[in-house]
Design a protein. Structure first.
Length: 405
């Protein structure tokens, strides 16, 4: 899959590449069959352990799958008939979703229109409004996991709050692209971000050219789910928000993995996609257990590239968003780019802020709560697309907390 930042809107089909000879074999939930016995059945189809590239297990067996390699289409078809196999999908490559005690703290100067719009209620506002947030609800005790190209953790915008969680791209712990750094900066940067007290964790699933393999993304989802479960076991109180600013064709394995992640205690925020089409055709934005975010412009209209429809839960700023960017020679480079990739981290940052002061909420309760007091009916209805909610992500200093409700 590719990242969700694209200079021009392209057809969904153009961004999906199948990996020859590789499949994701998804097993029944909480598979009771001895997995070793199931794998022995592979021999009947001339398959060996060398054909199993990776084994996934999310939320104690809720999502179990094999990444199979060097198999034929005929062998894949026969695997579907084995007891314990739920379905088999081709392994695909997608991409990033880029288009090219007063506790209220107010920035002393205007930073970016996106974070400013996310903190002001009502209709269209002047372009130079400052960003406002509650200092007791700015992401304390929340980890925001960025599944992307990596994060340049030394960038000044992160103020020491960014770290590496894992690299599943095979390239190493460096953001060679810039997209992941930008997304992290928007979610939680010190200057350009929404959630300024959260911890930012890089889970690298995409390469320097913005391409993201389903197999790597599933491992990334597994990593985030494990982090949520570890936080629960340790009783640390830490909350976990994931951000996937990525776009693929519809992928059931990804949807099932996100469901298992949600049940493990994490909230996954996803980009709706940049195809200017029905978001129900695009993963991970169409995943029912994710919080899917479309993009808007600074005049409160849907961005022309943004997906729309009933699978899009909410909109957030996504056109011409300035934030940190990677550089070999600088730790303070920024860039302005557009995409639902940029909208999703605005929402992820708001979710981290809200959850930090409403710690009894379950993952999707955080999303539904933010929807309940979001900016309603402020977007240009004619621009939204059939079935889209007229709802703009929003949270200011007065946003209710669990102690107030």
């Amino acid at each position: 899959m590719t990242l969700l930042a694209c200079v021009n809107a392209r057809s969904m089909e153009a961004t999906v590449q199948l990996v020859q000879g590789e499949y994701i074999v998804v097993l029944q939930k909480h598979q009771k069959t001895d997995l070793s016995a199931l794998r022995r059945k592979f021999v009947q189809h001339n398959l060996t352990e060398s054909n199993v590239k990776y084994t996934y297990n999310i939320n104690e067996g809720e999502f179990q799958a094999y990444h199979m390699q060097s198999i034929t289409d005929e062998q894949a078809a026969k695997l579907k008939s084995l007891d314990g196999v739920r379905y088999v999908e081709p392994h695909a490559i997608g991409q990033i979703a880029e288009q090219a005690k007063d506790n209220c703290h107010t920035d002393s100067k205007f930073i970016t229109w996106g974070i400013s719009r996310s903190s002001h209620e009502g209709g269209h506002m002047p372009a130079d409004k400052p960003y406002q947030y509650n200092k007791e609800a700015c992401g304390q005790g929340v980890g925001v996991y960025i599944l992307d190209t990596g994060i340049q953790e030394t960038h000044t915008d992160f103020a020491g709050r960014a770290s590496w969680g894992a690299d599943y791209s095979g390239e190493g712990e460096t953001d060679f692209h810039g997209h992941g750094t930008h997304v992290a900066s928007t979610a939680g940067g010190e200057v350009y971000g929404v959630s300024r007290c959260s911890d930012l964790v890089s889970v690298k699933v995409c390469t320097r050219n913005g391409m993201c393999a389903v197999s790597a993304v599933l491992r990334g989802i597994e990593h985030v789910a494990n982090a949520a479960q570890e936080a629960a076991r340790s009783k640390s109180g830490k909350k976990v928000v994931g951000n996937m600013s990525l776009q693929f064709g519809r992928n059931q394995a990804m949807h099932d993995a996100i469901e298992a992640l949600t049940n493990a205690g994490a909230l996954m925020v996803t980009a709706a996609g940049n195809f200017n089409s029905d978001g129900c055709r695009t993963s991970p934005g169409a995943a029912p257990h994710s919080w899917s975010v479309g993009a808007t412009t600074d005049n409160d209209a849907r961005s022309g590239f943004s997906n729309w429809g009933t699978c899009t839960n909410i909109f957030a700023p996504g056109s011409n968003i300035e934030a940190a960017w990677r550089s070999d020679s600088s730790d303070d480079l920024t860039r302005s780019v557009s995409g639902t990739s940029m909208a999703a981290p605005h929402a992820a940052g708001l979710a981290a802020n809200h959850w930090s002061n409403n710690r009894d909420m379950q993952p999707l309760q955080v999303a539904r709560s933010l929807e309940s007091f979001g900016n309603k009916d402020v977007l240009d209805q004619s621009s939204l697309g059939r079935g889209s909610p007229n709802l703009l992500a929003f949270m200011d200093c007065e946003t209710p907390t669990s102690s107030q409700s």
